[in-house]
Design a protein around this ligand. Structure first.
Ligand code: SF4
Ligand code: SF4
Length: 360
């Protein structure tokens, strides 16, 4: 019998079953509006589990641990349930009870062995000189984040953009630790706490004035450590007049932005400020996030369905550009498209690379 903490059971019990959390849920939309794929079913089934009305099976465990991890459901609940928080809390409680789903074991082991859930697919800092060592006390420390190392050209673009903002930008370098964000969302509380401590020590040692992360999951998890996301830092610099946007060539260019699901809207506002950029209205469930990593690794066909649907929508809107804010998402898309940067006549580009060409 599963025994969830009292507070968690209380939260699960507050659900009135309205389904509002399905509205932004990418899993629900990608899987043809199938109820069991949406956020509501996840909450309802976890609630039934907590009351002993259903059995815990390996299949149910995998189901609980694999969604897109975007967190968008939390913004839509009319009774104020932190829907994604409850899902993550349930994952942690299940792990505390010893129920570790097979679907996350590989990622957990890889992280223990290599220090990153992405494992030996990345060599940190390949875009930096081989003997690079970060200087202490930088004005702006560029914490790239694990995923950016899989697409070094995006790391370079982000770093160059930041150099336009400040003369004293210092990349965190090859010893940059994993922030633990991904292990947090898959419920590995202790492991994510260890990562947080390591990151805190790392940043304290380098003692920068401010830190910008290339990954919005890190940036959003560590606001208490002063981390900001790249788009917010660029928007601030635009407002202060340190940089300015350059217009796009030719006709009105239709821009389909795939925002980070943790976006505060800065990326969209920046794009809207570019002359000749016509930023398209996108459905609320279109987002990207490195939480999708698990889906990508465990159920690549789901990721492919998501990507196919996304590109169809963009193409039906006659988009000229598909701009992807989150580097994890860009990296996975790049791999799925086998490095093609043009699909159905649309240019597929990361936000830092696009902005590098349109900001002076
Ligand atoms: S975190 Fe995202 S994918 Fe998961 S249930 Fe919530 S909205 Fe759906
Ligand atoms: S939005 Fe809130 S109340 Fe409505 S189904 Fe989702 S969790 Fe339940």
């Amino acid at each position: 019998m599963v025994e969830f903490p009292e507070q968690l059971v209380k939260e699960l019990g507050r659900c009135i079953g309205c389904g509002a959390c399905n509205i932004p849920c990418p899993m629900f939309h990608v899987e043809g509006l199938r109820e069991t794929e949406g956020a509501r079913a996840r909450i309802k089934l976890l609630s039934m589990l907590s009351y002993g009305k259903i059995e815990l099976t390996e299949e149910f465990l995998s189901y609980t641990f694999t969604c897109m991890n975007c967190g968008l459901c939390s913004n839509f609940c009319p009774v104020g349930i932190d829907v994604f928080g409850v899902i993550v809390g349930s994952r942690s409680a299940l792990i505390d009870m010893g129920y570790v789903p097979l679907v996350t074991v590989g990622m957990r082991d890889v992280r223990r062995k290599t220090g990153s859930p992405i494992g030996d697919r990345i060599t940190k800092g390949v875009w930096l000189p081989p003997d690079f060592q970060p200087e202490k006390g930088a004005d702006l420390l560029f914490f790239a984040g694990c995923w950016v190392h899989t697409v070094p050209e995006v790391a370079l673009a982000a770093n160059k953009l930041l150099q336009k903002i400040s003369e004293r930008v210092v990349p965190a370098g090859t010893n940059e630790p994993c922030c633990g964000g991904l292990v947090y969302v898959i419920g590995e509380k202790d492991s994510s706490e260890e990562s947080r401590e390591e990151l805190r020590r790392f940043l304290a040692d380098l003692s920068p004035k401010s830190v910008v992360s290339g990954c919005s999951l890190c940036a959003n998890m560590f606001t208490d450590l002063g981390m900001k996301d790249l788009a917010s830092v660029i928007e601030e610099a635009l407002e202060e007049g340190k940089i300015r946007t350059k217009s796009l060539k030719g006709k009105k260019n239709k821009v389909f932005l795939v925002p980070s699901c943790r976006s505060n809207g800065a990326s969209e506002r920046i794009l809207r400020s570019i002359k000749n950029a016509n930023v398209l209205e996108i459905p609320e469930w279109v987002c990207c996030d490195c939480g999708a990593t698990l889906i990508y690794q465990a159920e690549p066909e789901k990721f492919d369905r998501w990507l196919g649907k996304l590109l169809d929508i963009a193409s039906n809107m006659d988009a000229d550009y598909v701009i992807i804010e989150e580097v994890a998402c860009y990296s996975m898309i790049y791999e799925a498209l086998e490095g093609r940067n043009k699909v159905k006549g649309m240019k597929i580009v990361s936000l830092p690379s696009f902005l590098l060409d349109h900001i002076s």
